[in-house]
Design a protein around this ligand. Structure first.
Ligand code: OXD
Ligand code: MN
Length: 606
């Protein structure tokens, strides 16, 4: 098996040796998978057009209404292959303890005997595409090269949107050396019984078989940029996170257009894309403007000034379609209007994509499974996890720093969950260690982005539960160690937010979307030392009375009180849940988190 010669020593390979390794790996893989032909992808326009024409011929892609959606296409996946499959996602390492209780572990022996044979002859009758890609801007010292071998043309055209693909990656590898992350993907027979997504962090390698779904098959995204990169970050002293990156420009008089950069972690399908592209609500539009650097993944390094600098390793957005509308996210709508791929949405009779929340339902649609649909139909027209893949450069609010090789300096980190109860709208950590505790104990209700029950509260530390490539307790230690790598006062302030709190009748208390700028405003003013916070809440610093700008918002007094209310009894229970969660990691749980837990209990009067 090819993992044997790719131990992390590849980091020292020269450009020429890296290229040699690539050729050898392609040959070895072709011998095993037996494709009819091998195509090296260069990422060019011509190549893309050729692949699209080919897929239009086989029906893998369908052309959308070119007048309204120029160069846009539609793909319908297998109905059993519509979301990430966490139970079929594994980390392979020597010891089970390396991956911890929150990951599925696989031994090398099992990978060899259960998964590797599935690749044998898997590409017979198919084309094998070799897809070199760069995660991060060209010329960035933080960018990293991956190569995906895949037998899916749909994967290739998506990778071209989501990454800097082709020649640019080979050039980066030739110039910088350091090898590449190997990603082997085959659709296999698409059966969930023979579906595996296996990561080899020590070898910087990924195997994925049996799925064409984005998070399982576009290997640059979750597999490389989070699971493998999180282990690289641990080894090299940086952070790979499931976070959006936004810049918020202050337009108020005397502020000289200062831009504050914020990185924010939310679990999948909790509105990261919407927040990253936020258009401030009318009342605050003349005070702030938001720029998007990234909507899903953030790599943060300590810069020469001691601050944390962030790049978005991706080049596109793989966004959840349902709920995206001119009201909730006009920037996303403008972004996906051309050169985009839509997966598992519904189609109007004149071949435009449609999903729940986009507009009032038309009288007739074709649903995501190809069936005739009317508003009387019982099922949703678009799959709840239907997606658009769109180039980031098309986003009207893309940051001027999007391609900046060193990224942007982060002043605040937000951790957000989807919680109907308990969690206040916003709370600020007392310091870095407390902030890591807030991130580590984050919980959220599950969504349609992964297969399984929706709406169940589960711990999702730093929104990384499905994406951390090693033992989560060691990941907490890595976070806790950041102050020792720089001057602690240079690190961002940490906040926890919850847009999803409900009243007793099950109605959202907070309007969300463009109104979230009110919370960002408080955060910006906090990190710049201009806003008030209370010091006496047991869970952290809450906005002082009147510190969140609610002007022009018709929230009744009761709702605004409930939004920031900390219920002692509920928090006593919550702290119990924290304890159970932290106990799972046994002696690996960092002492600093137990200290924070004890301090929380003391503040709760226990
Ligand atoms: C995603 C996810 O696709 O988190 O970004 O599932
Ligand atoms: Mn995500």
């Amino acid at each position: 098996m090819s993992t044997s010669n790719n131990k992390s020593s590849v980091a020292t390979l020269s450009g020429a040796a890296s290229l040699e390794m690539l050729k050898q790996w392609v040959n070895e893989t072709a011998q095993v998978t037996q494709p009819d032909r091998i195509v090296w992808c260069d990422g060019s326009e011509e190549e893309n057009t050729r692949l699209i024409q080919q897929m239009l011929g086989t029906g893998e892609l369908v052309q959308l209404n070119q007048e309204h959606y120029p160069n846009c296409y539609f793909h319908r996946s297998h109905p059993s292959d519509v979301a990430r499959t966490e139970h079929l996602t594994f980390i392979c390492s020597d010891h089970k303890d390396d991956v911890g209780p929150t990951n599925n572990w696989m031994s090398y022996a099992d990978a060899k005997s259960r998964v590797w044979p599935l690749f044998s002859g898997a590409m017979r009758g198919r084309t094998m595409y070799v897809v070199p890609y760069l995660m991060g801007p060209a010329n960035s010292p933080f960018s990293k090269v991956g190569v995906e071998i895949t037998d899916s043309a749909y994967v290739v055209v998506n990778m071209r949107i989501m990454t800097r693909m082709g020649q640019v990656a080979l050039e980066h590898m030739q110039q910088h050396g350091g090898g590449f992350v190997k990603g082997l993907h085959s659709l296999g027979d698409l059966s969930p019984d023979r579906r595996f997504i296996v990561h080899f962090p020590a070898e910087r390698e990924i195997w994925s078989i049996g799925s064409g779904y984005g998070g399982n098959a576009l290997l640059g995204k979750k597999c490389f940029a989070l699971r493998i990169a999180s282990t690289m970050g641990r080894d090299e002293g940086w952070l790979a996170e499931h976070m959006l990156i936004l810049g918020i420009e202050d337009l108020r008089p005397g502020r000289k257009g200062e831009v504050t950069y914020i990185a924010a972690a939310f679990p999948s399908a909790c509105g990261k894309t919407n927040l990253a592209m936020l258009v401030p609500s009318l009342g605050l539009r003349d005070q702030f403007r938001v720029f998007t650097v990234g909507d899903d993944i953030c790599w943060m390094h300590i810069g020469s000034d001691g601050r944390l600098w962030a790049i978005n390793p991706e080049a596109g957005f793989f966004g959840v379609a349902p709920g995206t509308s001119a009201k909730t996210n006009p920037n996303a709508l403008a972004t996906l209007q051309r050169n985009s791929i839509f997966t598992n949405v519904a189609l109007t009779d004149d071949m435009q994509p449609w999903w729940e929340g986009l507009s009032p339902a038309p009288a007739h649609l074709t649903d995501w499974q190809g069936r005739s649909w009317t508003p009387d139909s019982k099922e949703k027209a678009a799959h709840p996890n239907s997606r658009f893949t769109a180039p980031a450069r098309q986003c009207p609010c893309i940051s001027p720093e999007f391609e900046a090789p060193l990224g942007v300096p982060i002043s605040a980190i937000m951790f957000g969950g989807r919680r109907a109860r308990i969690m206040p709208l916003v709370v600020e950590a007392q310091n870095w260690q407390h902030g890591v505790y807030l991130g580590a104990t984050l919980s959220s209700e599950t969504t349609a982005a992964a297969v399984g029950a929706v709406g169940v509260v589960r711990h999702d530390p730093m929104a990384m539960l499905p994406f951390c490539g090693y033992n989560m307790a060691d990941y907490f230690s890595h976070w806790l160690g950041m102050p020792s790598r720089t001057s602690p006062d240079k690190l961002p302030q940490i906040f926890q937010v919850n847009w999803f709190r409900m009243d007793k009748e099950g109605r959202y208390l907070w309007p969300g979307f463009g109104e979230n700028v009110r919370v960002l405003k408080w955060i910006v003013d906090r990190v710049r030392g201009r806003a008030e916070a209370t010091q006496d809440s047991p869970i952290g610093k809450l906005p002082a009375e009147g510190a969140i700008d609610l002007s022009g918002l018709s929230l009744d007094a009761d709702a605004s009180n409930q939004l920031l209310h900390v219920d002692r009894t509920e928090w006593v229970d919550e702290s119990e849940r924290h304890r159970k969660f932290l106990e799972q990691f046994g002696s690996r749980t960092p002492q600093a988190l137990w200290q924070e837990h004890a301090a929380l209990r003391t503040r709760l009067g226990l």
